[in-house]
Design a protein around this ligand. Structure first.
Ligand code: GLU
Length: 439
C-alpha cells in the first residue's frame, strides 16, 4: 500500500475546508505569544508585550482551593456548579449593583468560548467598535455573521458615539443585532463614564439590541470605580466576566455570563450547545473559582496594589512615548496602551513601514519589542497604530514591594525601574528607535 499517496488524498484544504475558516490564521494574540517564545528559545532578547496575560499571581487562597479540590472528578452541571453560580451572582451584585439570579449565570471554559457560542446561537449582526479585541470579528466570520464596525477615533478616546450607533440602527430598525462593548478596554485601556453608558443604553433600548458587556477588566479599573452598562439597560445586557485578568488565572480557562430574565431563551440555547460541545467546565477549577468570586480581604488588598502598579506603569510609559511624538490617550484601566505613530509617518515610510503590520514586524526585528498591529483590532491597515500590553514583569515581586510602600506615597520611577524594568526598557527602546528613524 502506498501510504504517501493515501495521505495526499486527505490534503486538500482548498476544497475540504469550511469556507469560513479557509485561510484564517491563528488568533493574533496567541500567534505573537508563540513567536515571542520561539525567539526567546532561540536566544533573542524579547520584550513580551504581545499577549495580554496578567503578570500577577492567582491569589493564594484560590490556589489552595484548587489544590484541595484536585480530587473532584465528576462531570458538573452544564451551566456550572450551583455554588459557583451563586457566588458569581453575589459578585455581580456587590460590584455592579445589578441582581442576576444564580440560575441566570453560565460558567464556561473561558469567556471567549461563551462569546463564540453566543454568536452561534444568536441570529443577528455583530456590531463592534473599531478598535476591538482581536477575536470578536473572527468568531463572527467563522459562524458566518455580518460584522458592522462602528468607527471611533483617537480624539474621542476611541469611544462609541451613541449617535453613530443610532444611525446604524435607524437604517434597518428591526434587524437583530448583538453589540459588544468592552471596558476598561482591550486594546486601548480607556473606559466609559456613567453618563456615556447611559446614552448608549438608551439607543440599545430603543432598538432592542442585545448587548454583551465584556467586563473582564472591571476590577482592573485603575481607580476601582468601574460602572456597568447593565445599570442602565438591565433587560438587554449580558455581563461577561471571568478569572483571567483580575484573578490572574488566564490559563485556568474559566469565564462567566450573567443573563437578564428577558434573555433566558438565549441562555437556554447556549446551554444546549454547551452540552453538545464542551459538556461542562473543568471541575477543580470551578470549585476553586468559588473562592475567587466570594472574594476575601486578601484578594481586595492585592487588587488595590495591582491597580496602583498598573496605573503608575501605564502613566509612566505613556509619558515616555509622548515625549518622542507617539500619540496616546491616558490609560484608565486594564494593562493596554494603543500608541499611534502617525506623526512619524514620513520617516517610517522612507523605511518601507507604511502599515501597522510592517511597523510592528520591523519594531520586533530591530528592538525585540513584541506588540500587535492596530489592523488586528479592526483599524485600517495603513493607520500606524498598535496595541502594547504592559505585562512583561514579575507581578508577584512587584506586588510584595508595593504593599510595603504607604498608600499615600506614589509608586515612582525608582519603584518602576526596579520592579517593572522590562516594560520601561521596552518603552525606551521604542523611543530610541523612533528617534533614530526620524533623524
Ligand atoms: N485577552 C488576551 C489578549 O487580548 C489574551 C487572550 C486571548 O486572546 O485568547 O491578549
Amino acid at each position: 500500500m502506498n501510504l504517501e499517496s493515501d495521505a495526499d488524498d486527505l490534503r486538500s484544504p482548498d476544497v475540504h475546508l469550511n469556507l469560513n475558516v479557509r485561510g484564517l490564521p491563528l488568533s493574533a494574540t496567541l500567534r505573537i505569544n508563540e513567536l515571542s517564545n520561539k525567539m526567546l528559545r532561540e536566544g533573542h532578547r524579547v520584550f513580551k508585550m504581545g499577549l495580554g496575560q496578567s503578570p500577577f499571581p492567582v491569589p493564594m487562597c484560590v490556589q489552595e482551593e484548587l489544590r484541595a479540590n484536585a480530587y473532584q472528578k465528576d462531570y458538573l452541571p452544564v451551566a456550572g456548579l450551583r455554588e459557583l453560580r451563586a457566588a458569581v451572582s453575589e459578585f455581580t451584585f456587590r460590584h455592579e449593583g445589578v441582581r442576576y439570579a444564580p440560575s441566570h449565570i453560565i460558567i464556561g471554559p473561558g469567556s471567549k468560548e461563551l462569546m463564540f457560542i453566543l454568536q452561534l446561537v444568536y441570529y443577528g449582526d455583530l456590531v463592534i467598535p473599531t478598535p476591538s479585541w482581536v477575536s470578536y470579528a473572527p468568531q463572527a466570520s467563522i459562524i458566518g455573521r455580518h460584522i458592522r464596525w462602528l468607527n471611533t477615533d483617537f480624539g474621542t478616546n476611541w469611544k462609541i458615539n451613541p449617535e453613530a450607533l443610532e444611525d446604524l440602527c435607524r437604517k434597518d430598525p428591526d434587524r437583530p443585532r448583538l453589540v459588544i462593548l468592552n471596558y476598561p478596554s482591550n486594546p486601548h485601556g480607556g473606559t466609559y463614564e456613567a453618563h456615556e453608558l447611559e446614552a448608549i443604553a438608551e439607543v440599545a433600548r430603543r432598538y432592542r439590541l442585545v448587548l454583551l458587556s465584556d467586563e473582564i477588566y472591571s476590577l482592573l479599573h485603575h481607580e476601582g470605580t468601574h460602572v456597568s452598562i447593565a445599570r442602565y439597560y438591565p433587560e438587554g445586557t449580558i455581563i461577561s466576566n471571568g478569572i483571567s485578568k483580575w484573578c490572574g488565572a488566564g490559563g485556568w480557562r474559566l469565564g462567566t455570563f450573567a443573563f437578564p430574565n428577558q434573555l433566558d431563551w438565549l441562555r437556554d440555547a447556549m446551554t444546549t450547545v454547551a452540552s453538545e460541545t464542551y459538556t461542562a467546565t473543568c471541575a477543580p477549577i470551578q470549585y476553586a473559582a468559588i473562592r475567587a468570586f466570594e472574594g476575601s480581604i486578601d484578594i481586595e488588598r492585592s487588587l488595590v496594589q495591582i491597580r496602583r502598579i498598573l496605573k503608575a506603569l501605564g502613566q509612566m510609559m505613556t509619558e515616555r512615548f509622548r515625549r518622542v511624538g507617539i500619540k496616546l490617550n491616558d490609560p484608565k484601566g486594564a494593562f493596554y496602551l494603543f500608541p499611534d505613530f502617525s506623526d512619524h509617518r514620513e520617516a517610517l515610510a522612507k523605511r518601507e513601514m507604511t502599515t501597522s503590520e510592517t511597523l510592528c514586524n520591523r519594531l520586533l526585528e530591530d528592538t525585540g519589542v513584541a506588540i500587535l498591529p492596530g489592523a488586528d483590532f479592526g483599524r485600517p491597515p495603513e493607520e500606524l497604530s498598535a496595541r502594547l500590553a504592559y505585562v512583561d514583569f514579575d507581578g508577584a515581586r512587584s506586588l510584595t514591594a508595593a504593599e510595603a510602600i504607604p498608600a499615600d506615597q506614589p509608586l515612582d520611577e525608582t519603584f518602576l525601574n526596579t520592579y517593572c524594568r522590562n516594560c520601561l526598557q521596552a518603552a525606551d527602546r521604542v523611543c530610541a528607535w523612533i528617534e533614530e528613524i526620524g533623524d
